[in-house]
Design a protein around this ligand. Sequence first.
Ligand SMILES: NC(=O)c1ccc[n+]([C@@H]2O[C@H](COP(=O)([O-])OP(=O)(O)OC[C@H]3O[C@@H](n4cnc5c(N)ncnc54)[C@H](OP(=O)(O)O)[C@@H]3O)[C@@H](O)[C@H]2O)c1
Length: 267
Amino acid sequence: MKKKILITGSTDGIGKLAALKLAEAGHEVILHGRNAQKLEAVIKEIKATAPQAEPSGYLADFSDLSSVSVMANAIKADHSTLDVVINNAGIFLTESPRNAAGMDIRFLVNYLAPVLLTQELLPLLHASQHGMVINLSSAAQAPVSLPALKGDQALSDQEAYAQSKLALTMWNHQMAHQEKDIPFIAVNPGSLLNTKMAIEAYGKHWSPADKGADIIVALATESEHTAMSGKYFDNDRGSYGPAHTDATDQAQIEELILLTNQLLSNI
Ligand SMILES: NC(=O)c1ccc[n+]([C@@H]2O[C@H](COP(=O)([O-])OP(=O)(O)OC[C@H]3O[C@@H](n4cnc5c(N)ncnc54)[C@H](OP(=O)(O)O)[C@@H]3O)[C@@H](O)[C@H]2O)c1
């Protein structure tokens, strides 16, 4: 079945590769990036490799949540349904790790932006018979400091990244309970894949980027995964498996969601 698939952060890395593979397989891909030239270049590349494809693209800087809202509204104006949202855009190292309000860019881009975007796009997912959300987690997961999420405590790059990824995985668990008709799947696409992020952060890679792109494509298109809502696919193991214990800790999830809703209500 051909699907309409939004993939954020599709101007580089595994998101771009997954978008190319999905378009080649005949799916309608909706791209996203923060850089207009890179976004235009990916649209051209997809049209060149998959001439039947009609990719579209949206620009938004996910470190600015008002930009995420504008993008969500533009998508809602252009589309009445969406089959899959792949929350892939992510950041590890950045020159300015905190914004003017003191909030960490990793929490904004890797956690709050996908939460906001997905909430805004839920009606489009419900309008599809196959609505599904895939959240890019990581093997790097660390207990979330609520003061740090609020911007009251500075974290190291590794801590901020790992906390943002566990936050997204906890929210994935919550959403699977809340949205019974929409599968929510968290995935570690594999550790140290050969992308800009891994090379900048660790100066090395263990696996090709295709490993991460291929699991994203499989989750978005293979029907068996729709029965796995709330689960965590660990592509280091090549199977579903346990995430950090906090990812299913209901008391901690409730505290996280409470603060998340407060932060998002201020936009
Ligand atoms: N690579 C790994 O080993 C690995 C392991 C575990 C999990 N992951 C996760 O997989 C996902 C993709 O990672 P990757 O390795 O493919 O990284 P990447 O090559 O650096 O690509 C990241 C994508 O996110 C976009 N992005 C970054 N900051 C943004 C912002 N402020 N606003 C909007 N878009 C932004 C980038 O845009 P630009 O093109 O403009 O930079 C790019 O399109 C991430 O969520 C990452 O955490 C990766």
